[in-house]
Design a protein around this ligand. Sequence first.
Ligand code: ARG
Length: 256
Amino acid sequence: MKKLLAAVLAGTMISACGASVMAEGDVLVMATNAEFPPYEYHEGDEIVGIDAEVAALIAEELGMTLEIEDMAFDSVLAAVQSGKADIAMAGITVTEERKMTVNFTDPYTTATQMIIVAEDSDIATPDDLAGKTIGVQLGTTGDIYVEDVEDATIERYNKGFEAVQALLQGKVDAVVIDGEPAKVFVEQNEGIKLVDEAFTEEEYAIAIAKDNEELLEKVNTALNTLKENGKFDEVVAKYIGDGEAEEAETETETEA
Ligand code: ARG
């Protein structure tokens, strides 16, 4: 995985140098919160995942080099608003409220909020959350939407995994978090499971500052290209889906 990302980055650099009109060292800064597998997470000292790799490909399309800034999730939108970052890509759900502060690209993924519970839990549907203690990651749509659950107590954590740890320790009755990270956390930990029915359905998009329409257009074009030429799907397939194929692939890469 590491090698592959390095190759992607090297490719980005080559194309940046190749286009002589491009000022050398044109950098696309991406704000993210790398606590969110399989979209962005730490692997050794690298940040990998679907968003990290797609962003590197977008940068390549734009003749730029990607630089990732890791921060708390509830800071990523502010980072693009203030110009600290050019784009925010962090499995960010498009919401009407967020649209008032940033522009969103075309959505690149449909997603869900799912409920994780202990294996022996009596919570079997979203309705059963009423009156329960629910763990969420601070500032996420999970956090926002559980506020509508009747009589629920909300425990907010900086990282999604911390909410899962609280569940494992019996400190919360359930965790509401995005579906793909939920699957990863359930796979990695004994004694917890997913509730079948999703809590919500949503869409992920890349956030860009309101006053940067030019970049919005460029990123949308790049996204479109990557969807059409299959590179986007290749990245997704590497991280989501058949676990065995994924492992086999990782092994070959490390050996190579
Ligand atoms: N999709 C959710 C939201 O937009 C959660 C995203 C969390 N992402 C992260 N990288 N921690 O609020």
